[in-house]
Structure formats: structure tokens, C-alpha cells
Design a protein around this ligand. Structure first.
Ligand SMILES: [Zn+2]
Length: 401
């Protein structure tokens, strides 16, 4: 039943710190949340990593081992920001920090998706939350424990703009500077000092489990289709469906579902229909029946149409391979890798080396031929690659036929 005078009362206000070291040392490390030094955005809209085509400006780790460098060690934290005072700050998610973060990105329709999520699983509990500076929200939950793995997920529940950061992930955290120039901030009534972490909602847990089950059924097919690959991927899917005998109507229905679940952002229904129609045209073109007027007997039409029997008589028995089973003469072969350092140049130059010398490539026989290699790569990085491939020493073999 004590009584305190106003004189004794101390009003403590903790200003939102704009100092990453302070945030790391006094807010995050004491909670056992390992932090990461991240790159920063530049005023020109670039990234301090200096790569002109950086696909994650100001959001990827500065240190050599990325996520594995996440730390709660005060000395390391001080050293990192002494070295890069403007570094953005990331927090590792997953069992390592006890965090799972729901990431709402309004640029991909995340606001509507969050509304839809609440309709499906009910309101989200009170829990710490970050405003990203780009009108996005990071909603923090307690990780269910080290026995359970919560994977990173994009387009959670098929909802665009809703991602989950769990085991093996991280989030950009306050006081990092967003690409918009504004800082990431704790939502004023949802600072972790004021609100305790809510348990990971069972509704979200169910969505994650459903996703894992779907992935087991269809393998990597359940992956999200990025913007630049939507047309090609859906066209390929439609082709597969029709070759297996699905009707255009069934293909269309399946493709509309795939588009909604996996494309981010989804194509319009008209675009999906156009894909199905174009695929229906070319898949039916190979089985055109012989017209009643008789193509083969009409000289005016000779050469314009072929029956399936005529085509199969013309087709060579074996493909004219340059690298057996891999690279055929007259065919377009695409070599794709997701990231810059995935080894595309090394692979392509090893292929050039094998083909120009007629040697085995990865155990496959080759037919010796000349190669024209077109590249936008600068000579400073191409020359070392040519040396590594053993191509720089004997230029004649690369051009002779
Ligand atoms: Zn970068």
C-alpha cells in the first residue's frame, strides 16, 4: 500500500534509436536475436555492394558468410558498425532467434492479402510489429521451438505479397533505412519492450503445413513463378497438359488455378486464355487430318501441308547431336542459372573447349565443330575464364571449323 509522490516518479521515454549499434546492443542481442550487418541503399537508388544489377539493394548481408555471421556478441557488433557505420541491420529468424516474421509487401498486393488472411484464419494477436518505411509490415511471432522447422515461404497460402521468414531467414530491422529513404520503425504501440511475442498462430501453422504437403505431392512445381517467367512457364504447363490429352477447357481451368496460386503478380484471365488458345493451336497443328480434297494429289498445295505420315517419313532417325544428348545442331539450347556466380560462363566455356577439340564433355561424346561465342562480359572477367577453360592458349582451335 505504498504511496509515491510525483516527485519520485520518473518518466522514462525511450526514443526510437537511429543508431544500429544501440539497437543491436540494447534491444536485440539481450533478447537473443542475432543481428547481421547488411548493405545499404545509395541515394542514386543503388546498393553499397556496387553491383549495377543488385536485386536486393540495401537488404543483403555485408559479411562473407551471410546469415552464418549473425551474432549477439557485443564486441563483434561494435566492430561491424565501426567498419560500416551506415550498414543496415538484419535480424536472423528461425529457431536461432526464436522468431518467425510475417512479411507484408504492399507492392505485391500484400494489404489485400493480409485482409484475406484474416478472413481465413481470424485476427492476428497483439505482437511486436515493424513498419518497413515502404508501407510494408513485419509481424513478429515466437518460433514454436527448435523441434519444429518453419521454412521461409513466399506467397503464403497462395496470397501474393505475404511471405514468411523462419528458419534460415532474416528480416531487415529498425533502424535500417528503406529504399524509400524512410527508416524501418517499430510500430508505436508494438515495440518489443511493450508487447510480448505472440505464439506462432495455429492458422499460419496450418497454411505452412498445407504448403509443405502440396510441395511433397508436386515437387518443385509448387514454387512461385516470378514475374519474368510467367508466360513461358504457363505456356510450358499448358503444352504438357494438352499433350497428355487434357481438353483446352480443362487446361484453361487448371492454368487459371496455377496462375492464381503461383504467379506473382498473377496474369489477367484474358492473358491466361490467350496462352491456352495459342498452345491449342500449335498442339493441334501436328495432328491435322488429311483434308477431304486430298493434299498430296493437288500440286498447288504440295509443300504447303504435310500429313503426319509424310512428316514422320522426313524426320531423321536420330538428332544431329554436337554433344550427345545435350546439344543438337539446328536447335536452340538454353543454359540458365539464377544467380551471377552460378557458373554459367565456366560451364559454357568448358563446352566450347570440348566441342572445338572434339573431346568428351562430361563423359558425353562430341562432334568437333567451330564455335562463335558472343558475350557482353568485359574482357577483364572473360580472359581469366578463358584461361581457366584452357581456351586462351590456342586461339586457332576456337575458330577453325
Ligand atoms: Zn547489393
Amino acid at each position: 500500500m505504498g504511496h509515491r509522490d510525483y516527485d519520485d516518479a520518473v518518466l522514462v521515454t525511450i526514443p526510437a534509436t537511429t543508431d544500429a549499434v544501440q539497437a543491436a546492443l540494447y534491444y536485440y542481442a539481450p533478447r537473443g536475436w542475432p543481428v547481421l550487418a547488411l548493405h545499404s541503399g545509395t541515394s542514386a537508388g543503388g546498393c553499397t555492394c556496387g553491383s549495377p544489377d543488385c536485386n536486393s539493394p540495401g537488404k543483403h548481408p555485408r559479411t562473407a558468410h551471410g546469415l552464418r555471421d549473425a551474432t549477439t556478441n557485443a564486441e563483434t557488433i561494435r566492430e561491424l558498425w565501426a567498419r560500416w557505420p551506415d550498414a543496415n541491420l538484419g535480424i536472423a529468424t528461425g529457431a536461432v532467434s526464436g522468431l518467425v516474421v510475417l512479411d507484408m509487401d504492399p507492392r505485391h498486393g500484400g494489404e489485400d492479402s493480409l485482409d484475406e488472411l484474416v478472413r481465413r484464419i481470424g485476427p492476428l494477436p497483439e505482437t511486436p510489429e515493424v513498419l518497413t518505411g515502404g508501407a510494408g509490415r513485419h509481424i513478429y511471432f515466437a518460433h514454436p521451438g527448435s523441434g519444429q522447422v518453419i521454412r521461409n515461404a513466399t506467397t503464403l497460402g497462395g496470397l501474393p505479397g505475404l511471405d514468411l521468414r523462419g528458419d534460415g531467414g532474416y528480416v531487415v530491422a529498425p533502424p535500417s533505412v528503406h529504399g524509400s529513404g524512410r527508416r524501418y520503425e517499430w510500430e508505436s504501440s508494438s515495440h518489443p519492450d511493450d508487447v510480448t511475442l505472440a505464439p506462432f498462430p495455429s492458422g499460419l501453422s496450418n497454411l505452412v503445413a498445407a504448403r509443405a504437403a502440396r510441395r511433397q505431392v508436386s515437387g518443385s512445381d509448387a514454387e512461385r513463378i516470378p514475374e519474368g517467367e510467367r508466360n513461358a512457364t504457363l505456356t510450358s504447363l499448358a503444352g504438357t497438359m494438352q499433350r497428355r490429352g487434357m481438353s483446352p477447357a480443362a487446361t484453361k481451368a487448371a492454368l487459371i488455378a496455377e496462375n492464381a496460386a503461383r504467379c506473382n503478380p498473377p496474369l489477367t484471365e484474358a492473358e491466361v486464355c490467350a496462352i491456352v488458345e495459342s498452345v491449342a493451336r500449335y498442339t493441334s497443328a501436328v495432328s491435322i487430318p488429311v483434308p477431304p480434297w486430298g493434299v498430296s494429289s493437288d500440286e498447288r498445295l504440295a509443300g504447303l501441308f504435310s500429313t503426319a505420315r509424310e512428316l514422320s517419313a522426313e524426320a531423321p532417325a536420330t538428332a544431329p547431336y554436337i554433344v550427345n544428348g545435350l546439344l543438337a545442331r539446328g536447335a536452340l539450347t538454353e543454359l540458365a542459372g539464377k544467380v551471377k556466380s552460378s557458373g554459367k560462363t565456366t560451364f559454357a566455356l568448358a563446352l566450347v573447349r570440348a566441342v572445338t577439340s572434339g573431346r568428351l564433355f562430361a563423359g558425353l561424346s562430341t562432334t568437333r565443330t567451330g564455335v562463335v561465342y558472343l558475350t557482353e562480359q568485359g574482357s577483364s572477367s572473360l580472359l581469366p575464364a578463358l584461361h581457366r577453360a584452357g581456351l586462351a592458349g590456342d586461339p586457332p582451335s576456337a575458330v577453325e571449323n
